[in-house]
Design a protein around this ligand. Structure first.
Ligand SMILES: Nc1ncnc2c1ncn2[C@@H]1O[C@H](COP(=O)(O)OP(=O)(O)O)[C@@H](O)[C@H]1O
Ligand SMILES: [Mg+2]
Length: 208
């Protein structure tokens, strides 16, 4: 079976019709899909190509976390499927896109709205940090906006779980440009602190 046939088999098994690409990232692409018998029912499908074992393990981490996490400000996974070459993850579709899309808006987004988005993300982080899960890739492209303009944290491909809140890491697995200043010191650091500060400052810098 080639890639197209494998993808078709997945969409058919969920009675879905594949739609346009919504976005892409390090692991693959996310496409819109609608129910075969009711095109107004839409979902987002993340398709990860297992080019390396790392891609597969990031996919397994992501579906493993999203399967168990229950929080209004965290993306809800509906289902997932995988074979030797691809992972597919179905989730709620967010027609308003990501926080990144709002950053080039004219006029610029007003501060109360930015603050509400920050509080939404902080509440999602507080919840996962309470479970000793650290996200490692908090950035505007990984934050979706729901119909009420509330922020929803997504993309748990780099998330990992520590054994307790005092865990330390030597380096961040994250998007270049989002490393916190602590990374330069090359000393053990908490995975629960730095990412928040670098995300917040990036958001404010962009909106200035
Ligand atoms: N549920 C969704 N609804 C709408 N767009 C989405 C959804 N999930 C992801 N996207 C879009 O796809 C992009 C990539 O998704 P993401 O989960 O971050 O994948 P990657 O791990 O490849 O970065 C996002 O930046 C966003 O633009
Ligand atoms: Mg992403």
């Amino acid at each position: 079976m080639d890639a197209v046939e494998q993808h078709d088999a997945f969409f058919n098994s969920f009675n879905l019709v594949r739609g346009p690409c919504l976005g892409s990232g390090a692991l693959g692409e996310v496409v819109l899909a609608s129910a075969k018998h009711n095109s107004s029912l839409k979902v987002a499908v993340k398709i990860v190509t297992f080019e390396t074992d790392e891609c597969e393990s990031d996919f397994l981490y992501e579906v493993g976390f999203l399967r168990d996490l229950r929080h209004p400000r965290i993306l809800k996974m509906i289902a997932f499927a995988m074979d030797d070459h691809y992972g597919f993850m179905l989730s709620t579709y967010f027609k308003n896109g990501t926080l990144r899309d709002t950053m080039s808006s004219d006029p610029p987004v007003e501060e109360p709205r930015i603050l509400r988005h920050i509080l939404d993300v902080a509440s999602a982080l507080q919840y996962i940090h309470g479970l000793y899960i650290f996200h490692q890739d908090v950035k505007p492209r990984n934050i979706l906006l729901d119909d009420e303009d509330r922020a929803v944290l997504a993309d748990f491909g780099l998330a990992r779980q520590a054994s307790d809140s005092s865990a330390m890491v030597m380096k961040w697995e994250t998007t270049p440009g989002y490393y916190g200043p602590e990374t330069r010191k090359k000393r053990p650091m908490s995975p629960f602190k730095v990412r928040i500060s670098s995300f917040f400052s990036s958001l404010f810098l962009w909106h200035r």
